[in-house]
Design a protein around this ligand. Structure first.
Ligand SMILES: [Zn+2]
Length: 145
């Protein structure tokens, strides 16, 4: 009977410890990720192909790849890249991306000018000392603002 109780206790403890692991793994996909577009997928693949080409150059330079294999693989990757770029051009993705980047840069350039004008210093109505905005009490006279 004691053995059974111990076994039940061990199982219960095990479930208690392990339960969050399974619950978390189920809960994770609830993240609000933006939907991946066709252009995103193509851009991802483009990045992978470019990386593969770099790796290929490296492997060849290290002497781990024969000249024939290198040329064959390089031609394959370049072919893939050309097809991808063609598809991207058809989608107009590269232009959209450029426009999006330009817009985001313009927005960021325009943004900082606004908060700077708001950063004015205030004066204490009681003693006239300068007050850091957001403070509740005057640093000079201690009066509540
Ligand atoms: Zn004051």
């Amino acid at each position: 009977m004691t053995l059974f109780a111990c076994a039940a206790l061990v199982i219960a403890a095990g479930c208690y410890v392990l339960f969050p692991l399974f619950r978390d793994s189920k809960g994770a996909p609830d993240l609000d990720l933006p939907d991946e577009t066709e252009a995103d997928r193509l851009l991802d693949r483009k990045t992978i192909i470019y990386r593969n080409l770099k790796d290929l150059d490296f492997e060849h330079a290290m002497g781990r790849l024969s000249d024939a294999d290198y040329r064959q693989l390089q031609a394959d990757y370049k072919n893939d890249a050309a097809l991808l770029l063609q598809k991207l051009d058809q989608l107009g993705a590269s232009e959209d991306l450029d426009n999006a980047i330009e817009k985001s840069i313009a927005a960021r350039k325009a943004a900082p000018s606004a908060p700077k004008t708001e950063r004015k210093s205030f004066l204490c109505p009681s003693c006239g000392a300068e007050i850091v905005p957001g403070k509740k009490y005057c640093a000079d006279c201690g009066k509540r603002l």
